[in-house]
Design a protein around this ligand. Structure first.
Ligand code: GDP
Length: 178
């Protein structure tokens, strides 16, 4: 089954976004940022005639957050050890969704990840989270700064809180995966 990976710094709003996409509370928002050290896989099943199909049709992979200041060095250092092989070698990985926060300036470790993804030549999309927190004007400026810093043509604004951009993101995921 095709897999869609979600990546971003701790506290970027990854769990909230996955929950909003799934329309449930599958991905637990953790109160301790950076605590999740595993890759969590969510199998999405198609529902037909009220019955859930046994085989999943799509997998969401929730990757551990990186770059949170309070996380001990050993955990931060652990990050690339299993993430890079996952991103580089996972055969079923069809799409990477890279989350960046629209409320803070572009972060060097986000650039690092995006540069790595470009090198792997995997299809990816940069998504700007928490777009509801700023005015439209500030959001437009923030998106432009993020595009410039990460050298990408597009940063798709989303809000898990208001669900803005959620349909557009789902549409993109399905286009790439299908
Ligand atoms: P994670 O560590 O990347 O999984 O981040 P979480 O999903 O746990 O979110 C981190 C914090 O940002 C929490 O306090 C969320 O309530 C908040 N947050 C996440 N998404 C949004 C959003 O779209 N809008 C706003 N205003 N806050 C958000």
């Amino acid at each position: 089954m095709p897999e869609v990976a979600f990546l971003g710094r701790s506290n970027v709003g990854k769990s909230s976004l996955i929950n909003a996409l799934l329309g449930s509370h599958e991905a637990h928002t953790s109160s301790t940022p950076g605590r999740t050290r595993a890759i969590n896989f969510f199998a999405l099943h198609e529902v037909s005639g009220g019955k859930r199909k046994l085989r999943p049709s799509l997998i969401f992979a929730d990757l551990p957050g990186y770059g949170y200041a309070k996380v001990s060095k050993s955990i931060s250092a652990e990050w690339p050890k299993f993430i890079e092989p996952y991103l580089g070698e996972r055969e079923t990985l069809a799409f990477c969704v890279c989350l960046v926060d629209t409320n803070i300036p572009p972060q060097p470790n986000d650039t690092q990840l995006i540069t790595y993804l470009k090198q792997t030549q995997r299809p990816f999309l940069v998504v700007g989270t928490k777009a509801d927190r700023v005015s439209k004007n500030v959001l437009a400026k923030s998106l432009a700064a993020l595009r410039a810093a990460h050298e990408v043509e597009e940063v798709m604004p989303v809000s898990a809180k208001t669900s803005d951009g959620m349909k557009a993101l789902w549409a993109r995921v399905l286009t790439v995966v299908e």
